[in-house]
Design a protein around this ligand. Structure first.
Ligand SMILES: [Zn+2]
Length: 366
């Protein structure tokens, strides 16, 4: 449509998208390479390491707040109260050459954690549960992040391949709940762009709300079905993008009802007014149809003549926990929105933000 003006500025590399790249500090080159031996002697070494370090270096406990922290031998147990929003424990110790110290952490499934080791080179982290290796010392990490694999005990080992006694500090942290963002897409479904949006959302395990036009939902039932099948929600954006400001009651009832009928029981009980235009009747009339009016607080402004990078920047510079983000999968050529969406999803993922539908069908509300 109006793609001429900003041509040269497309995908401006200077745009301020990338703020958080601090989690990847590649492990230093190993000094020795005999970690296979270490793995084999796990249990014996654990006991030995504890005795070596034992009496004098029984891990001093910095009482984490507000959780409990307990130490047992020969393995060291780290108990963290998962009810709290955030829990952190750290231990320090000494490790004899070619030994390992095993810490046991009692875990809830799915809780995200972070284990970080400060130690000289040649000392590494190994995280596993039962036979499941979450991250092994083969990869020689100093920092392990991820969701806990399952309920029960998991093991964080500090492994030394060094030929000298090593002093280390291990910090284990339970991450606070991930912030949520509500992505919304208006004006679809669109035969080209809606599938592109759905593909991207699926790749990033993100869920969104699609405020569809009844007219297009009727024309593309397979897209409506796919949106529903993939865990997103569908809600009302009027039949044909009418302006609700100043609309008569009968016209309002008509455009809303026809759209609700096409969506059927897949419809979430929400209405997004086209152009964000309301008058003093709109909310009350919507409530008469069982619908909440849902606006937004962050807009990609993807209807403007701006680049994909600018669209993404607008969103990523403004989103916070609980933000409702306005984007469009229909109403014109949305290829820039699709490119922006990939950057947005990447940026949200770097910030540990998850995307959920802002509206759920009544049948799915607990
Ligand atoms: Zn719209």
């Amino acid at each position: 449509m109006r793609d001429g003006g900003s041509g040269g500025a497309q995908d401006d590399p200077a745009a301020p998208l990338d703020e958080s790249d601090q989690t990847r500090s590649g492990p230093a080159a190993p000094e020795e390479d005999d970690s296979q031996d270490i793995d084999g002697e796990a249990e014996g070494s654990a006991a030995a390491a504890t005795q070596d370090g034992g009496g004098s270096t029984a891990p001093p406990v910095e009482a984490p707040r507000p959780s409990e922290f307990q130490v047992f031998y020969p393995d060291v147990h780290i108990d963290i109260d998962y009810e709290s929003e955030e829990a952190r424990a750290s231990v320090s110790g000494s490790l004899a050459p070619h030994h390992r110290q095993v810490y046991i952490v009692e875990a809830s499934a799915g809780q995200e954690f972070r284990a970080e080791l400060e130690a000289p080179s040649g000392v590494w982290l190994d995280v596993r549960k039962g036979d499941q290796v979450l991250l092994s010392d083969i990869e020689r990490p100093r920092l392990v992040e991820g969701p806990l694999p399952a309920d029960g005990a998991w093991r964080v080992s500090v492994v030394s391949t060094s030929s000298e006694t090593a002093h280390y500090t291990l910090a284990v942290e339970m991450m606070p709940p991930r912030p949520v963002v509500y992505l919304t897409f208006d004006d679809g479904p669109h035969p080209t762009h809606t599938p592109e949006v759905l593909d991207l959302l699926g790749r990033y395990d993100a869920r969104a709300t699609f405020f569809v036009l009844g007219r297009l939902a009727e024309r593309y039932p397979e897209l409506v079905q796919r949106i529903d099948d993939e865990g997103h929600t569908l809600a009302n954006h009027t039949w044909n993008h009418e302006n609700l400001d100043g609309m008569s009651r009968s016209a309002f009832d008509d455009t809303i009802s026809r759209t609700q009928e096409v969506l059927g029981d897949r419809a979430a009980p929400c209405l997004r007014p086209p152009y964000g235009a309301l008058d003093r009747n709109t909310r009350g009339w919507a409530a008469g149809h069982g619908l909440d009016v849902i606006m937004w607080d962050v807009s990609g402004a993807d209807w403007l003549d701006i680049t994909a990078t600018e669209i993404a920047g607008r969103v990523l510079n403004r989103v916070a926990d609980g933000s409702i983000v306005l984007l469009h999968d229909g109403g014109g050529n949305r290829s820039r929105t699709v490119r922006a969406l990939e950057m947005i999803l990447e940026g949200l993922s770097e910030r540990r933000m998850r995307s959920e539908p802002v509206c759920l069908p009544t049948s799915e509300v607990p």
